[in-house]
Every structure is written in structure tokens, then in C-alpha cells.
Design a protein around this ligand. Structure first.
Ligand SMILES: [Zn+2]
Length: 312
């Protein structure tokens, strides 16, 4: 595991959970790592979330459960329920660096209908998957976290290499409407400089590593409203620089002159709030991570939308 803190935390949780819950240390670590590293959830919150997950559904260690034969063969976009045993045919679209020794391989599988995260446990002792290669995977288990589905390869999983090509489909989503709110934590922020830690510093402190210089970053956490539904969105540095027409260097200079970083958030707000955008990108939990965006002409009366948003 890359972070000794997460390892320790996982062990603590493991010790605290009743035996009857049957939570494996690997599974706890995996859930914690996903929350902290992928979703940037503060460790305290992640810990509570993991504990309550196990206590609310005292499920058994999935690796110990052997599946029945005759799983359905499903397309990746059909996976919309956790704890299902399925067979899939997919290409290894991407391999990521495992964050834990308990994980042999982690990455993205893709088929014509979209992509899904996969995890292959070290203890499952399965053959190595190669990026770009298509496989038929039998007996994988689906999992879900905050609306994001994944599949787990376990020791009962069968792996058959196929001599075929798959054009991986795009499952990024789109939202369109007025940017009606810009949330705190937007504008010029500082992230912890520690390796494997990208937590946002609060008053110059990382909740894990204490005081630090921090690395500057720009982002917008906002809400896009089309009059019917709202979508929370995150613009990363690139997207923020473009949408707010400000570079990171300019933002730093602006904050230095004012001796206050909030001037950047104000400038970003002035440049974007109430404007109409069509944004596109992958969904992560409740956020759409903006890869691409364009400003569009008004689709609704802006006054009306802002009034709706304020009354929420
Ligand atoms: Zn840190």
C-alpha cells in the first residue's frame, strides 16, 4: 500500500468491525483507497463511510463465495447493480498503478457500450492482463460505490484471451445549463505536496501531513442547472483556466497582490456564474469531471434560474 496511513486505518477498521461482518482487510483497504485517492474524501469521512457500509450490509467476503454456473453475459453499460455474478467480454482499456499490495491489477475495461473499473486481487492468483488485449472474463462480481460500478476479478474468475478487436465506447456524460452556483473550495487552492497526497490544504494544513507549503491549483466546483435537474461539476486547472480566462500564474499573482486568495474565486465567479455551458466528461460519484465544455447561448431566462437556485 502506498500510504501507510491508509494501511493503518484499514487495519483499525478491520479490528473494530465484528467478526460476523466478515470484512476482509483487502476489501476495507480497497474501499478506503477508492474514497481517499480517487474521490479525495477526507480520511475521517472515508473511515466512517467504510464502517457504515459494512455495518449496514453485513455481506460475506465475496472471494469466498463460489458462483453458480450460467452467469449472464452482459454489456458493460448493463451493469447497474452490485453483487451480481456476470460474464463479460472486454478490452483492457487502461491499467493503473495499484495503490495496495493486495491488488494485483487495477484499471479500466471497455466494450462497445462503455468502460468500467476492474480490480484483480493479488490473492486471487490470476494470470496477468495485458493492456489493449480483449478477454472473455467469466465469473466476475459487480460492485458499486456512489453510483459508480466496477467489477472484481476473484479466484473463481476465468480468463480467456480472445483474438478480436473491440472499439471501446464513450460513456462520458453531458450536462447543459446555467452555472448557478460556485461552491467553496473553488478558485486558487493549495494541495498537499506529499507524494500520494493531493488533499486540499485548509489554512495551510493537510489533515494528514500537517503544515506544508502546498502546490497551487485552480479549480471550480460548481452546479449546472437546466431548469429541471442540477448537476455538480468540477473544472480542473485546464478547464478553469479556459472557462474563466485566467492562468494559474495570473491567479497566484492576483492573490499575492491582494494578500488574499479569495480574490481569485471572486474573479472566477464574475467570469462564469450565470453563464450557460454544455459540459462533457466522466461522472465520478456526484460530480461530472469536465473534460470539454462550450459556452452556449441562453436556453432559459437567466433571472428565473438564478431565483430557483437561490431558493433550493
Ligand atoms: Zn497530505
Amino acid at each position: 500500500m502506498s500510504s501507510p496511513d491508509l494501511q493503518q486505518e484499514a487495519e483499525d477498521i478491520h479490528d473494530q468491525l465484528p467478526e460476523s461482518v466478515g470484512a476482509s482487510l483487502d476489501d476495507i483497504q480497497e474501499r478506503l483507497t477508492t474514497l481517499v485517492d480517487e474521490y479525495r474524501v477526507p480520511l475521517d469521512e472515508a473511515r466512517r463511510s467504510v464502517m457504515s457500509t459494512y455495518l449496514s450490509d453485513s455481506d460475506v467476503d465475496r472471494d469466498e463465495v463460489s458462483s453458480e454456473n450460467g452467469n449472464p453475459q452482459v454489456d458493460l453499460e448493463e451493469i447497474d447493480e452490485a453483487e451480481q455474478w456476470v460474464d463479460i467480454t472486454a478490452k483492457v482499456a487502461d491499467l493503473w498503478e495499484p495503490r495496495s499490495d493486495s491488488i494485483a491489477q487495477v484499471g479500466l475495461l471497455g466494450d462497445e457500450t462503455g468502460t468500467i473499473k476492474f480490480t484483480k486481487w493479488a490473492k486471487s492468483d490470476l494470470p496477468e492482463l495485458t493492456e489493449g488485449q480483449v478477454y472473455r472474463l467469466g465469473n466476475v462480481v459487480t460492485d458499486e460505490y456512489q453510483g459508480q460500478y466496477s467489477v472484481k476479478l476473484n479466484r473463481t474468475t476465468t480468463i480467456e484471451q480472445l483474438d478480436q478487436e473491440i472499439e471501446v465506447g464513450d460513456n462520458s456524460t453531458e450536462a447543459e445549463g446555467a452555472l448557478v452556483d460556485i461552491q467553496s473550495g473553488s478558485g486558487l487552492i493549495k494541495r498537499c505536496p506529499q507524494e500520494d497526497c493531493t488533499r486540499v490544504l485548509q489554512n495551510g494544513r493537510c489533515s494528514e501531513h500537517g503544515e506544508g507549503e502546498g502546490n497551487f491549483d485552480l479549480r471550480i466546483k460548481g452546479v449546472i442547472d437546466n431548469g429541471d435537474t442540477v448537476q455538480e461539476v468540477i473544472f480542473d486547472q485546464d478547464a478553469t483556466e479556459q472557462v474563466a480566462d485566467i492562468t494559474l500564474a495570473e491567479a497566484q499573482e492576483m492573490a499575492m497582490d491582494a494578500l488574499d486568495t479569495s480574490v481569485v474565486a471572486d474573479a472566477v465567479r464574475d467570469a462564469t456564474l450565470g453563464r450557460y455551458y454544455r459540459v462533457q466528461g466522466p461522472e465520478m460519484g456526484r460530480y461530472l469531471l469536465v473534460d470539454e465544455f462550450e459556452q452556449i447561448t441562453d436556453m432559459h431566462d437567466p433571472e428565473q434560474i438564478l431565483i430557483t437556485a437561490r431558493s433550493m
